[in-house]
Design a protein around this ligand. Structure first.
Ligand code: PLP
Length: 376
């Protein structure tokens, strides 16, 4: 059975050049980067080079990059680090479509006394910057709005939100786990104070990422110990994964391959529309959206059932259906998505290895599955 992978927003395959770069650091180059002898020096150089590569991708200084175990840790560091660096009191603003890696740390901080305001989105999942401005209070410490949504791909007006945060003297963090490698993520253009990234979303390894922290921003570390990462994250560096992150960052700097991904996504959407007409609808912003993301609903059908009928296709549903009730994803709920649309939602996310034959396979499977269901 032909297997089709259309879940690049969940994770991406490791690029062969990333794998090749990592391997020496899992064998001969085993030294501790903190050791000053012959075994430690190459490891230190590799960590330094990885930091420079991430900094080049983001357009920041190497010392503004702190390595993490991925997007979740980067978000936790930004949010908890801000809270604890400010006397464990204060107010946060976040959008209604944040990933659990932002929602849950904020819920935890609320249990410790933090105040949290959630800014709504429109039916495309888009935030209105004036709602952020209205939510900012005297004691607001930080605004956190994701760059691009993982489910529907909507890209937020980050530069506008940065401007208004700066004017209000409030720090601004963006979770860019989904945008790095897909659209431009230079921190000077975005204007953010902090930015989270995760290597496995851009052909790097799982379990490694980074938090950009603008020079001068004060954060309490999550990990206390020896002085690694300039005292911002204690623990011996995961040299091999950092080398993989650096190599993936180098690849991600070239957004050229995304033109083909976008073209293919548009072919996919056109084929779905010509096959299913008004019975297929798009979730997310029609234009201001990640170039690889196609979140669609098949009206009158259940996303989970469709995917179960084509197990060779890897994609994700937007809701779970239990005994006739629709358990909508918080993102679709925040967008006020009607139940019937949420129930039939599937997220297809394309990537560098996606092909026209992948698209044709899925369209032909969908045609078969949906017409036989309609007849049944
Ligand atoms: C928007 C967003 N933020 C954070 C994360 C978490 O990243 P990680 O899996 O590297 O912890 C993800 C991953 O699904 C994501 O899509």
């Amino acid at each position: 059975m032909e297997r089709v992978y259309l879940d690049y927003n969940a994770s991406t395959p490791l690029d062969p050049s990333v794998r090749d770069a990592i391997i020496p650091y899992l064998s001969t180059a085993f030294g501790n980067p903190s050791s000053s002898h012959w075994a430690g020096r190459p490891a230190r150089e590799a960590v330094d080079q990885a930091r420079c590569r991430v900094a080049a991708l983001l357009g920041c200084l190497p010392e503004e990059v702190v390595f993490t175990s991925g997007g979740t840790e980067a978000n936790n560091h930004a949010l908890k680090g801000t809270f604890f660096a400010n006397g464990a009191a204060g107010h946060f603003v976040a959008s209604a479509v944040e990933h659990p890696a932002v929602v849950e740390p904020l819920r935890f901080l609320q249990s410790l006394g933090a105040e949290v305001s959630v800014v709504p989105v429109d039916r495309y999942g888009m935030i209105d910057p004036s709602d952020v401005a209205a939510a900012i209070r005297k004691n607001t410490l930080l605004v956190s709005v994701m760059h691009a949504n993982n489910e529907v791909g909507t890209v937020q007006p980050i530069a506008e939100i940065s401007d208004l945060c700066r004017a209000a003297g409030v720090m601004f963090h963006t979770d860019a786990a989904q945008s790095v490698g897909k659209i431009a993520t230079r921190v000077d253009e975005l204007g953010v104070d902090m930015l989270s990234m995760a290597a496995h979303k851009f052909y790097g390894p799982k379990g490694v990422g980074a938090l950009y922290i603008r020079k001068g921003v004060r954060l309490e570390p999550l990990m206390h110990g020896a002085g690694h990462e300039a005292g911002r994250r204690a623990g011996t560096e995961n040299v091999s994964l950092l080398v993989g992150l650096g190599q993936a960052a180098d690849l991600a700097a070239d957004l050229g391959p995304m033109d083909e991904v976008l073209r293919l996504r548009e072919v996919f959407w056109a084929r779905l529309r010509e096959t299913f007409g008004e019975n297929v609808v798009l979730n997310g912003h029609p234009e201001l959206r990640l170039p690889n993301t196609l979140n669609v609903a098949f009206i009158g059908h259940v996303g989970g059932e469709i995917l179960a009928a084509m197990p060779e296709v890897a994609a994700t549903t937007g809701s779970a259906c239990h005994s006739g009730t629709v358990d909508m994803s918080p993102v679709l709920r925040a967008m006020n998505t009607p139940e019937q649309i949420a129930a039939g939602t599937i997220r297809f996310s394309l990537g560098r290895l996606s092909s026209e034959s992948d698209v044709e396979h899925v369209v032909s499977q969908l045609t078969h599955i949906l017409t036989s269901r309609a007849r049944a």
